[in-house]
Design a protein around this ligand. Structure first.
Ligand SMILES: [Zn+2]
Length: 372
């Protein structure tokens, strides 16, 4: 099983199916959607049957599909795995599986190169996030990536006991001051733990969970590298279990994700307004995609609209029924937006599905940043 990193995706993207096409298979195996294994297996079997009939009996592709089917029928731990990404080419001895803790959009592509677009989206939408939790004597540090815990570290420093404090007082020390100094030192140590963890498992964002009277101090004790990554505070106690911490971290993550999408939509709005390298609205986006000019597709979640696909050259269009490219007959498709996302992923475009972005809705709920 490969860990999902940019380097791994780049390496995968560089592969070419010289002897036979490469099968890229994404499966939504989320147990919240399909609870029974039988239902999932049935769904996958139907999907693969459709792919098989289009594969024209290619022996390598056929072997890939058999192996994928066996994998899904095997011991898949769906309490942990919500999405599968499989890249296979029997003729090239390629078999790479990513078991993901986040769902993916089910689709199979058979092509001379792996379809890594969706894998890139997953990585981009779930940047590693660190959570530093602290109270007066404990500190805990977690790093989550793509919905999973990748690192944790703990620190416990007992507040000086009453007997120790009495000794200090006898030597002229002041009790509250000693405790305060202890707390200050503890927070500095906690910040150091965060830095040590970051240097081994770099994270993009850092959230703090600490009582209000400590959080500010803890944040200012952080190394500047980490202070730049602060993305908010979590309201979970330092004793929270790992699932509770993950749930809180995912809330922060989705806020960060929406902010990132807002930046992309801003760029799109600028490009469209200046008429350079940007289009908005379904008709123009579909045309640009047909010309392979789309770099990033930006879609409002839940947007759907009917359209057409050419029987001859496969091109999509918002108006039928003659293809503008080849003049062929077109068939109506129920959801042109869905087909557009599919084609964009197959072209290895970046795809951003935006949630609740009013600026994008004003532009027609779909847009594209163009390569040229
Ligand atoms: Zn056509």
């Amino acid at each position: 099983m490969a860990a999902l990193t940019e380097a791994v995706i780049r390496e995968l993207a560089s592969l070419k199916g010289e002897r036979a096409p490469i099968t890229s298979c994404y499966l939504d195996v989320d147990g919240r959607r399909l609870a029974r294994s039988k239902d999932l297996e049935h769904e996958v079997d139907l999907l693969l049957k459709g792919v098989r009939s289009r594969a024209d009996g290619d022996a390598s592709v056929s072997a890939d599909l058999d192996r994928i089917e066996r994998y899904v029928h095997g011991d898949l731990d769906r309490s942990r795995v919500r999405g599968l990404a499989i890249f296979a080419c029997s003729a090239e001895h390629l078999w790479e599986v990513f078991e993901l803790a986040v769902p993916v959009r089910t689709r199979v592509v058979v092509n001379n190169a792996p379809a890594v677009g969706q894998l890139e989206s997953v990585l981009r939408e779930h940047e590693p996030i660190g959570v530093l939790m602290a109270d007066r004597q404990r500190a805990r540090m977690f790093v989550f990536a793509v919905g999973e815990l990748v690192e944790r570290s703990e620190l416990f420093e007992a507040v000086p006991r009453e007997t120790d404090l009495r000794g200090l007082r006898d030597r002229g020390g002041d009790h509250p001051q000693v405790v305060e100094e202890h707390t200050q030192q503890h927070l500095r140590n906690a910040a150091q733990v965060a830095f040590t963890v970051w240097s081994q498992h770099p994270f993009t964002h850092l959230a703090i969970a600490a009582p209000d009277d400590l959080a500010g101090q803890l944040e200012s004790d952080l190394h500047p590298y980490l202070r730049r990554r602060l993305c908010g505070r979590l309201a979970v106690p330092v004793t929270a279990n790992h699932a509770e911490v993950l749930a809180a971290a995912q809330q922060v993550e989705s806020r960060v994700e929406r902010a990132r999408q807002a930046t992309v939509v801003d760029r799109l709005r600028g490009s469209v307004a200046s008429g350079r390298k940007g289009v908005a609205g379904l008709a123009d986006v579909v045309d640009a995609l047909g010309d392979h000019r789309v770099g990033t597709l930006v879609v409002s979640q839940g947007f759907a609209a009917p359209g057409w696909r050419c029987d001859g050259c496969d091109r999509l269009a918002s108006l039928g029924r003659r293809c503008r490219r080849c003049g062929g007959e077109m068939t109506e498709v129920a959801d042109l937006v869905e087909e557009t996302v599919e084609d964009a992923l197959a072209q290895s475009c970046q795809v951003e599905i935006c949630v609740g972005n009013a600026d994008l809705d004003v532009m027609g709920r779909i847009g594209a940043l163009l390569r040229y």
